[in-house]
Each structure stands twice: as structure tokens, then as C-alpha cells.
Design a protein around this ligand. Structure first.
Ligand SMILES: *[C@@H]1O[C@H](CO)[C@@H](O)[C@H](O)[C@H]1NC(C)=O
Ligand SMILES: *[C@@H]1O[C@H](CO)[C@@H](O)[C@H](O)[C@H]1NC(C)=O
Ligand SMILES: *[C@@H]1O[C@H](CO)[C@@H](O)[C@H](O)[C@H]1NC(C)=O
Length: 591
């Protein structure tokens, strides 16, 4: 989940806040008071008159001048606030009111605040939580946008090492720094691109070469090398064939001057040891040149100085045609991060593509630069899921050890997640729909249901609350953890499959219905009266509850609001509304 952290901002501001608040209050009073009262250079008397410090001196004497302020603005006294009989902090007393520093309130109550200015008018904005509620625009559509994932940008997250050029999907470093394929994240990558396809403006596409017309592009071909246009027997279309003997050091290249569109796509077949390089230039500093090398290798990513290397996997003339879709700016950014270069955001408007060079030999077609290629990236995720599913269990293994809580046994590499399975179903259901019914996706989705019927103690994702209420575990721990958001994501996946393939997936329908019953039975166990818990470890481990931080709480709310569009049980809406109230400080009534 995205973590929005305002703390840093808050800490910077809080020092200034108390002063600002008192100035603001005082100025307001001064203005109100000015018609009828003496206000200048006088000991103020405009409220309770309770203005004396302990030693009897007037607050507006020398002390106020020492602070360098106008005496009108200094109508307060320093006072100790003794907190729960345990420690003291500096507060201020003004009239009958006591003012506490916001930095203290921030830490004590975990509330957030910032100074904001509108047309020169400054005010302090207090918020109880930092997350956003997404109200569904209509009934949830399993063929449409997935939740609000059009706002997600999975590949730019810090915990994504890069997008693999051999698989076209993100490589995670969340739980293991060398990087691994995390099915949940890959599915989220697919769902975000699917959703962006439905919500973003049409991309601009520039076809650089498709070999159909006279060579569209002006290839620069060194002596001894060749570029030709041939009819490819496998695809039945014209393609470009190129060949550069070992003795020739430069490749065949295109000079470009292309701005704004940084998603490169092409079909290719390359011989062993071939590669291609995209050259990017900074539009501000023209001597700043970056080279993105796509090489025939299993390497994930490597980089040195201005050179970034992504492995596109094994090559060879016997390999089938492949399609590659690369976001060049993401690739460059990951290469800089790889070298611990400053992670400042690379702006698309400050770069341009100035060249493209192929080395070795091979064939290529449909060379294109676009604003985006969301559906290609979506299908990269869907196909990854099809290729990497365990055919005997139907699961997508998580290849890392995971400790959920110290008192729970570690999950050993290879565990399945109901959230990962469910997200995969959401991807595959959409791929099945969008592809016009390709059974490759449907069969994979149907197999993906199997772990839902296998106990979490036995390699599946099914747990049981008190031996009676079935639950699909995001983390199949012993004892069970009952993570709420992962369970609801699993429900959405089951629902998606049951909607796009109703007759084939009666099992999905049945698992969804069973899960909705469980959800309604257990939902209120997560309600603390002022927020929610992330899981039920307080029940299964007998420890303190694991409170959901606000972004997870907001996820709970957003999920309930979405479910409420497909299931009209008032429990869902009523609970969502109460939980929304918690985000602005409302609490359940006490006795
Ligand atoms: C979405 O996909 C369709 C093809 O299904 C394509 O025509 C359209 O340009 C894409 N739009 C975006 C914003 O990616
Ligand atoms: C590929 O490159 C490696 C390392 O440079 C070399 O040993 C190998 O002979 C090359 N293979 C071909 C087919 O050129
Ligand atoms: C290039 O794109 C066209 C149109 O989509 C397609 O028919 C052709 O097969 C593609 N070329 C290759 C080599 O895949």
C-alpha cells in the first residue's frame, strides 16, 4: 500500500504553529476589540484579566519586549503542563485557556497538521488521518477499472527494483533485497495498467518502422553490415532483417529527435549475443547522455555511470518472435537508483530519445514510441501469471521467507497468498474478457481456485475461525492471522471470475458467497471503536491488537464501499460509514 507520511512536514511546521496560533487568535481579538478598547502599548485587559505571572509581574512588561514582539501580541504566560503525572512540557496560558504545542499533540494523539496559505491568508489545518476515501462511481464492474488502481504506479515504487525486461513485470525487493517475483505485486502492476487503459487519454503513437512500406526509417548502416526488408514466414508480415559481422564494431542505427513519448515497443527475434541500445539525452544539459542497453542475458538489471543494462533473456534464431514493451524513463530511473544516484524524479519533459542502435543480428518489426502501452503491460502480467503458476496446485508461489509476527511460525518460501491468488484471478478474468474469451486465461484462473479449498496448515490458503468460519488467508500462518484487506481482495478476485465466466466457475461463485458470509460474521471484530485492526492476531496470539495504520484503515473502508455496490446488506454500508467517521476523529459512544 502507498504510505503517505506527513510527519516530516508536521515536525518542520509544529515549531511555528503555537506562535502562529496565538498571533492569529490575538490579532483577531485585537481587531474585534479595537473599536471600544485601548489596544496600543497597554497591558491588555480584554479578557479575564488573569494576566499575572507567579511573581506578580505584568506579562506585558520587560519580558515581552525581550521576546522582541509587540506587547499587544504577548498576552500569554509560560506554564508547565504536567502529563499524566509523569513528565512536563512547556505550555502557554492565555486568559482562561491553556495552549499545548502542536508537536506534542501530534505525537500524543497521532494527529496531523500543516500551515496553509490561501490568497495571503494563512491558517493551520488539522487532520485526524492522512488517507483518502474513494467513493465508487457506480456498481463495481469486473470488466472495468479495478478498485481505484488507475491511481497506482507500481513500477515506480521504491520497493520495485526494476521491471524485468525478460518478463515485462516488476521485480520486488520488499522482503529480499536481491529481488524476486512477487505475484501480488505483479498482479497489481497488471491491474493498474488495465485500469489506466480505461481512464487515461488516448496515447500518442509514432511508428518508427514496420517494414510494410518502403523502409519507413532511415537506418544508418555501416560498411559490411546489412539491413533489409523480408517477408517473415511465421507471421506472414514484412519485417526488418539486420546483420552486423563481428568485425564491424558499430551497429545499425536510427537517429531520432523524439520528445514526450517514452514507451518503446517492438517485436523481435535476435541471435545469441545481440542487443540494442536506446540513447536518451537531457534537454537541459545536452552533454548528459544516457544509454539503455537491452542485452541477450538473464541479468535483471545492472548499471554503471550513464549506462543501464536490462537482460531480455536468452536469444537465438530458434526462439519465437517476442514482444517487448519498455517504459524508458522507468528503466533509466531504476538504473540510477541501482547506482544509488540521487533518486530525484526524472521528468519526462526534460528528456528526449535521440537514437536507437541494434548490434549482432536478428529481425524486428513494429518499432514504436508511445505515450503509454497499458494493455501490453497488462498482458505481460497476465502472461507471467499463466507461465509461472504451479500446475499441480494452481498456486503462484511467493519465493521468500516471511515473518508475520514473532509468535507465528515463519512462512517458508513457496507459500501461497489468498490475496495473490485473488489478485491473479482479477487479472486473468479481465484478460479472458478482453481477449474475447482466450481459454489460456480462463484455465489458469480456474486452476487458481484450488488453494482456496486447501487448509493453510496444508499448503493452501484456507483457515477457519474457531473451527467454524472459513477465511482466505493473505498470509497462511500458524496460528491463523485473519488479515482483513487481503481477504477482501481475495473475495474480489473470486467475484471477478464468477462474473466473467459464470458457467465455468461455479466454484468461484460458491467460494465468493461463502466468503461474504464469513466477512459479515467477523467484520465487527476488526472495529476498535476509533479505528480498525489489520488482522485478528490479538485473538489468535493473545497479544495486543495490530491496529491498522490510516492507509490500511482507508483500504478497509474503500473495500467495503466497493462491496456494498454488489451486496446491499446494510451492515456493509453502515460499517463503512462508521469507519469513515473514525478518520475524522469520531469515536464509538462509550457507556
Ligand atoms: C486502451 O486499449 C484500447 C484497445 O483495447 C486502445 O485502443 C486504447 O488506445 C487504449 N487506451 C489507453 C489510454 O491506453
Ligand atoms: C557470445 O558471447 C560470449 C562471451 O563474449 C562468447 O563466449 C560466445 O562465443 C558468444 N557466442 C556467439 C554465438 O557469438
Ligand atoms: C506487427 O504488427 C502487425 C499489426 O499488429 C502484426 O500483424 C504483425 O504480426 C506484427 N509483427 C510481428 C513480427 O509480430
Amino acid at each position: 500500500m502507498i504510505r503517505m507520511n506527513l510527519k516530516v512536514l508536521v515536525l518542520l511546521l509544529c515549531a511555528a504553529v503555537l506562535v502562529t496560533l496565538s498571533l492569529w487568535t490575538r490579532c483577531g481579538e485585537v481587531m474585534l476589540a479595537s473599536k471600544s478598547r485601548r489596544i496600543s502599548g497597554q497591558a491588555a485587559d480584554w479578557d479575564t484579566g488573569n494576566k499575572k505571572v507567579a511573581n506578580g509581574q505584568d506579562t506585558h512588561g520587560a519580558e515581552a519586549v525581550d521576546h522582541g514582539g509587540s506587547s499587544d501580541l504577548q498576552g500569554y504566560e509560560e506554564i508547565d503542563c504536567h502529563i499524566n503525572g509523569e513528565y512536563s512540557i512547556g505550555c502557554r496560558k492565555e486568559g482562561g485557556e491553556i495552549y499545548l504545542p502542536f508537536s506534542f499533540l501530534h505525537k500524543y494523539f497521532e494527529v496531523y497538521g500543516k500551515l496553509a496559505t490561501y490568497d495571503g491568508y494563512e491558517r493551520f489545518e488539522w487532520s485526524h488521518s492522512y488517507s483518502k476515501v474513494y467513493y465508487p462511481k457506480g456498481k463495481y464492474d469486473s470488466r472495468g477499472v479495478f478498485m481505484y488502481f488507475e491511481n497506482y504506479n507500481v513500477e515506480v515504487r521504491d520497493r520495485v527494483k526494476c521491471v524485468s525486461a525478460s518478463e515485462g513485470v516488476p521485480v520486488s525487493t520488499q522482503w529480499e533485497s536481491q529481488g524476486y517475483y512477487y505475484p501480488t505485486q505483479i498482479a497489481q502492476f497488471g491491474l493498474s495498467h488495465y485500469s489506466k487503459n480505461l481512464t487515461e487519454p488516448e496515447p500518442r503513437r509514432t511508428l518508427l518502422e514496420d517494414a510494410e512500406r518502403d523502409l519507413l526509417a532511415h537506418w544508418v548502416v555501416p560498411n559490411g553490415a546489412s539491413v533489409s526488408r523480408i517477408l517473415d514466414s511465421y507471421t506472414g508480415s514484412h519485417v526488418v532483417q539486420f546483420s552486423i559481422p563481428d568485425s564491424v564494431t558499430s551497429g545499425v542505427s536510427l537517429k531520432l529527435d523524439h520528445v514526450l513519448d517514452f514507451v518503446l515497443s517492438l517485436n523481435f527475434r535476435l541471435a545469441v549475443n545481440s542487443s540494442f541500445t536506446v540513447v536518451l539525452q537531457s534537454r537541459e544539459k545536452r552533454d548528459q547522455i544516457f544509454q539503455l542497453h537491452y542485452i541477450c542475458s538473464d541479468l535483471t538489471i545492472s548499471a554503471q555511470d550513464q549506462h543501464v543494462y536490462h537482460g531480455i533473456g536468452r536469444c537465438g534464431h530458434t526462439q519465437p518472435w517476442r514482444k517487448l514493451t519498455r517504459d524508458l524513463v522507468v528503466d533509466l530511473h531504476k538504473g540510477l537508483v541501482y547506482q544509488n544516484k540521487p533518486k530525484r524524479k526524472l521528468s519526462r519533459s526534460k528528456l528526449k530519445v535521440i537514437g536507437l542502435t541494434f548490434h549482432g543480428s536478428g529481425h524486428l518489426d513494429n518499432l514504436t514510441l508511445s505515450t503509454s502501452e497499458h494493455l501490453s503491460q497488462f498482458y505481460d502480467a497476465a502472461q507471467w501469471l499463466v507461465r509461472h503458476q504451479d500446475s499441480s496446485t494452481g498456486g503462484w508461489p511467493n519465493p521468500v521467507r516471511r515473518r508475520v509476527a514473532p509468535a507465528m511460525a515463519d512462512l517458508e518460501p513457496g507459500w501461497y497468498s489468498a490475496m495473490g491468488q485473488g489478485h491473479a484471478l482479477s487479472v486473468l478474468a479481465r484478460a479472458y474478457h478482453h481477449s474475447g474469451g482466450d481459454n489460456l486465461y480462463l484455465n489458469s484462473a480456474l486452476a487458481g481456485l484450488r488453494p482456496f479449498d486447501v487448509a493453510s496448515s496444508n499448503g493452501g490458503v484456507l483457515a477457519s475461525f474457531l473451527g467454524r468460519i472459513p477465511w482466505y488467508e493473505e498470509y497462511p500462518t500458524q496460528p491463523a492471522s485473519f488479515v482483513l484487506n487481503g481477504f477482501i481482495y481475495a473475495l474480489l478476485g473470486l467475484y471477478d471470475l464468477s462474473v466473467v465466466a459464470p458457467s465455468a466457475s461455479q466454484q468461484a461463485t460458491q467460494l465468493f458467497r461463502q466468503g461474504m458470509v464469513s466477512l459479515k460474521q467477523l467484520l465487527l471484530l476488526y472495529d476498535t471503536g476509533s479505528g480498525t485492526t489489520y488482522d485478528l492476531r490479538h485473538f489468535t496470539l493473545g497479544t495486543a491488537p495490530n491496529l491498522a495504520r490510516w492507509d490500511y484503515h482507508a483500504t478497509h473502508v474503500n473495500q467495503l464501499l466497493l462491496l456494498a455496490t454488489i451486496d446491499h446488506d446494510p451492515l456493509l454500508t453502515a460499517t463503512a460509514e462508521r469507519w469513515i467517521g473514525y478518520m475524522s476523529g469520531k469515536r464509538a459512544a462509550h457507556n
